[in-house]
Design a protein around this ligand. Structure first.
Ligand SMILES: Cc1ncc(COP(=O)(O)O)c(C=O)c1O
Length: 452
C-alpha cells in the first residue's frame, strides 16, 4: 500500500536557517554544511515519509522503532483530536483523569504475570531512570538498604538520563559524562560474538553461558549490595543483538537465587515487535519491572512508563496513608493526549491482532534479510521478531563511514534506513506488504553493492 502523503509546500535549499537547531544524535556540521534536502521530512502517512522535495521514503525503522502501525492511523489521529476538545492537560499529582486509570488497567492486562502496576513517564529514558529509582527504594523499604548496585550490559542502550547511560554500555554515550555516572554499576558481557553466532537465524544457539557472568559479579560484590539487573530482551539500538537461547532464563534464575530484581527494558520490544505483547512473553521470561515507551501510542505523543510486579508496588504502600509513597513523577506523566493516543493504539493492537501479525512479518523479514548473505562486506545478519540488522565491515580506520554511505545510498533508492556504526537496522511497520519488503531488501542490496 503506497499511502501518498499530501504534497508539502516546496522549499528551496536556502529557505531554512539550519544554525539554531542543535540536532540530537546527529552530525550537526555534516548535516548543516551539506544541507541535505533528502533528509528534510515534511509529512508522514502509512509506511512513508515525504521529503520537502516530494520524494517518498519507505520508513524502514518505523520512525525510531516507534510508529509500528504506520503513520497517521485514522483512529489514533481522531482520538488525539477528540481529546484536545475534552481536556488538553490534566495534572497527574493528587488528581488524575479517569482515562489514565483505564489505560493502566489495559496495560496491566497485556503485561505478563503479576506485573500490574503502571507508572507513567514521557520517554524511554525517564522510564529507565524511574525503574532504577523504584528498585533502589524497594530494597530500602524492605530493610535492605545496602542493595544499591545496578548491573547493566555492555552494548546496552537505556536512553540518555544519567541512570540510563550508567547502566548502558555504548561507549560514545558514556565517555563524555564519565565523572557524573552513578556509582556502583557493573556490566555483564555483551552477547554479540561474530565468531560464534554470525548469520544465526533468530536466537543464536551459542551464548547462554554469558549470563553466568552475573554469578562472578555477585561473588565479587556480594548479593546484598546488588539492587537490580537491567537488560533489553532484544538489544535494538546497538543493531538487533538477539538473546541466545536460554540466556534470559538463566539471568532470571540467578536473580531469583540472589534476591536481585530483573528489569526488562522493553522500550523497543514492547507492543508487538517481538511477535507477542512484550519480549517477556515472546522469550518466556517474567521480569520484575518492565520499562516501555515508543509503540505504546505509536509514537504519536511522547509517553513512557514502568510496569511493576504487584508485590513491588505493595512494598511502597506503607506508612501514613496521607503521605506520598514515591517522591517521583513528571508534569506530563499520563498526559491526556498521550493517554488518548495509547487507548486508540491498544484498540488497534487488539482488533487487528498486531503482535501476531508482527510474528508473521518477522518470518518474512528473516527470509528476506538473510538473502543478503554473500553481498560485499556483509559480516553478519541478525533477526528477531519483526526486526533485522545487517552488519558491514568498517572502512579501514573509519568506523561508521560505510554505514553513513549506505544510509545515503538508501535515500537515493527511496529508503529511510537507520544506521548505527556500520550496522543498518530494519523494523518496518506492520502494514508492510510483501512487495514493499522485497523492494526494501533489494534497495539495501543495491546500496551495499554501491558502497563496496
Ligand atoms: C531499550 C531502550 N531504552 C530506552 C530508550 C530511550 O528512549 P527515549 O529516546 O524515549 O528516551 C530507547 C530508545 O531507543 C531504547 O531503545
Amino acid at each position: 500500500m503506497n499511502h501518498a502523503a499530501h504534497s508539502p509546500a516546496p522549499l528551496a535549499a536556502t529557505d531554512l536557517n539550519l544554525d539554531p537547531y542543535w540536532m540530537p544524535f546527529t552530525h550537526n556540521r555534516y548535516f548543516k554544511t551539506k544541507r541535505p534536502m533528502d533528509r528534510l521530512l515534511a509529512s508522514a502517512k502509512g509506511a512513508y515519509y515525504t521529503t520537502v522535495e516530494g520524494q517518498q521514503l519507505f520508513d524502514c525503522l518505523s520512525g525510531l522503532w516507534c510508529s509500528s502501525l504506520g503513520h497517521g492511523h485514522p483512529k489514533i489521529v481522531e482520538a488525539v483530536k477528540r481529546q484536545l476538545d475534552i481536556a488538553d492537560y490534566v495534572p497527574a499529582f493528587q488528581v488524575a483523569s479517569p482515562e489514565s486509570f483505564r489505560l493502566a488497567e489495559r496495560l496491566a492486562d497485556v503485561a505478563p504475570a503479576d506485573l500490574n502496576r503502571v507508572f507513567f513517564t514521557n520517554s524511554g529514558s525517564e522510564a529507565v531512570d524511574t525503574s532504577l529509582k523504584i528498585a533502589l527504594a524497594y530494597h530500602r523499604l524492605r530493610g535492605e538498604a545496602s542493595r544499591t548496585r545496578f548491573i547493566g550490559r555492555e552494548k546496552g542502550y537505556h536512553g540518555v538520563g544519567f541512570g540510563g547511560i550508567s547502566v548502558g554500555g555504548m561507549v560514545a554515550n558514556r565517555k563524555m559524562f564519565a565523572p557524573a555516572m552513578i556509582p556502583g554499576v557493573d556490566h555483564l558481557p555483551h552477547t554479540h560474538n561474530l565468531k560464534e553466532m554470525a548469520f544465526s537465524r533468530g536466537q543464536p544457539a551459542w551464548g547462554a553461558h554469558l549470563a553466568d557472568d552475573l554469578e562472578r559479579i555477585v561473588a565479587l560484590h556480594d548479593a546484598s549490595t546488588i539492587a537490580a539487573v537491567i537488560v533489553e530482551p532484544m538489544q535494538g539500538s546497538v543493531g538487533v543483538v538477539v538473546p541466545p537461547v536460554d540466556y534470559l532464563n538463566r539471568l532470571r534464575a540467578i536473580c531469583d537465587k540472589h534476591g536481585i530484581l530483573l528489569i526488562f527494558d522493553e522500550v523497543i520490544c514492547g507492543f508487538g515487535r517481538m511477535g507477542d505483547w512484550f519480549g517477556a512473553q515472546a522469550f518466556g521470561v517474567v521480569p520484575d519491572l518492565i520499562t516501555f515507551a515508543k509503540c505504546v501510542n505509536n509514537g504519536t505523543v511522547p509517553m513512557g512508563g514502568v510496569i511493576a510486579r504487584q508485590g513491588i508496588y505493595d512494598t511502597f504502600m506503607t506508612g501514613p496513608e496521607h503521605m506520598v509513597e514515591l517522591f517521583h513523577g513528571y508534569t506530563y506523566s499520563a498526559h491526556p493526549l498521550a493517554v488518548a493516543a495509547a487507548h486508540a493504539t491498544l484498540d488497534i493492537l487488539h482488533e487487528e491482532e498486531v503482535p501476531k501479525r508482527f510474528g508473521a512479518l518477522g518470518r518474512q523479514i528473516e527470509e528476506a534479510a538473510h538473502s543478503l548473505k554473500g553481498e560485499p562486506n556483509v559480516i553478519d545478519i541478525r533477526n528477531c521478531g519483526a526486526a533485522a540488522a545487517v552488519e558491514l565491515s568498517p572502512l579501514p580506520g573509519q568506523p561508521g563511514l560505510r554505514g553513513l554511505r549506505l544510509f545515503e545510498e538508501g535515500l537515493k533508492r527511496g529508503m529511510l534506513l537507520r544506521f548505527t556504526g556500520d550496522t543498518i537496522a530494519m523494523a518496518p511497520p506492520v502494514v508492510t506488504t510483501p512487495d514493499e519488503l522485497h523492494r526494501m531488501i533489494e534497495a539495501v542490496r543495491a546500496s551495499i553493492r554501491a558502497v563496496a
